[in-house]
Design a protein around this ligand. Sequence first.
Ligand code: PXG
Length: 458
Amino acid sequence: MNRPITEELRALDAAHHMHPFSDNRQLPKDGVRIITQAKGVMIWDSDGNRYIDGMSSLWNVNIGHGRPEIAEAVAAQFREVEFFNLFYKTSNVPAIRLAEKLAAIAPEGFEHVMFTNGGSESIDTAFRMVRTYWAMQGRPEKFHVIARRNAYHGSTVAGASLGGMTPMHEQGGLPIPGISHIAQPYWWGEGGDMSPDEFGIWAARELAREIDRLGENRIAAFFAEPIQGAGGVIIPPRTYWPEVQRILSEREILFVSDEVICGYGRLGTWFGCEFFGTKPDLMTTAKGLSSGYLPIGAVLVGKRVADVFYGLGGEFNHGFTYSGHPVCCAAALKNIEIIESERLVERVRDHIGPYMKQKWTALADHPLVGEAEMEGLIGAIPLTPDKAARGKWAEVGEVGTICRNHSFQNGLVMRAVGDRMVIAPPLTITEAEVDELVDIARRTLDDTARTLKDKGLI
Ligand code: PXG
């Protein structure tokens, strides 16, 4: 494609298309990139520039782009039944098969699935479920939900409320009542003088302190991501999750593991809770469930919650027109089959995960890099003006944005969350592609350092 088409599309985009999470006045001035082709870990824009998709698009294209098997499965389902709903005593074959498959790959005790159309809807579903769980047992006062600062749980009213993103709370009068936020386990940024292990225990005990403050008899659930993704890939100190699990198992509170990013192989386990050894009652999932080929999410329901909903009976007044859409379910089923047949979970755990971790963590020697961390295929590097003191930049996000722009120019999609650079490539990435990705990341850090010198920031 040539430039005139790019310019024409950009103008139309600017004229009519409001983008998510964007300053829609500024966006046309910067100029959007129009992605026109994608294959494996590579994407191309309408000017023919190639990029490594180091973010699996939005943490979701786990099996890589452009897989014909999914196109075929989707086309076949379209020819059978394009859509019929799941309300009023009807079901469809792909939804049934997918529910069975999810029960098979999930940890023991997860035998039930409720479908949604994405992560935010999964969160809203779990949010209503945990409150209903207690109300059904005659305990409606167990209503309060605890989540964490700088968590991301989606963009719907419940999702944004549960999330700990202040700029989201500021728009639309959030959070809704009955939610509180405790500290996140972000040692590099917030650990002060504590060692990572000490800080992990301290952050976990924030949960116990909040439960005591509010009263256990008022609390429905704790929601948390195994590793916070959108918050900047916050990998908790190793002491954190065992202590949280200990606190939860001593108390009568449901635990919802938000697996929207960590689920479906990202950490070299099917679900992130398995990586950290936690025992959730519900898992909210989406993204990697279909690797983004079509929108679908699922709440995986553990025995404790299922026993109440199935045991007591009564209608749960919740669901969406497109819950269990047959074509989306067919795409998800084929996606999971691919993850299984190509042994992508094991590949991340035993081979490409450790390989990339070794290359990625070597970036820690760069003068701008505070530390370099990776688990499975999700990693981050905080950029810092002062490595030893874990120093922060005067204006949060300025340096991250400079780095992100250099990264794009160099042909790598690497995101900036504030001044943390984050990476989460498809699980199919090869060793050669990892080498290329990390080479570009290093070159990008050098380019960033040069720009910062020119601007007098270092
Ligand atoms: N929970 C988690 C942990 C997520 O990462 C959601 C829920 C909501 O999912 P949906 O499908 O409704 O978007 C997410 C989504 C980013 C970014 O910039 C991250 C997400 C979505 C959009 C942008 O990192 N995560």
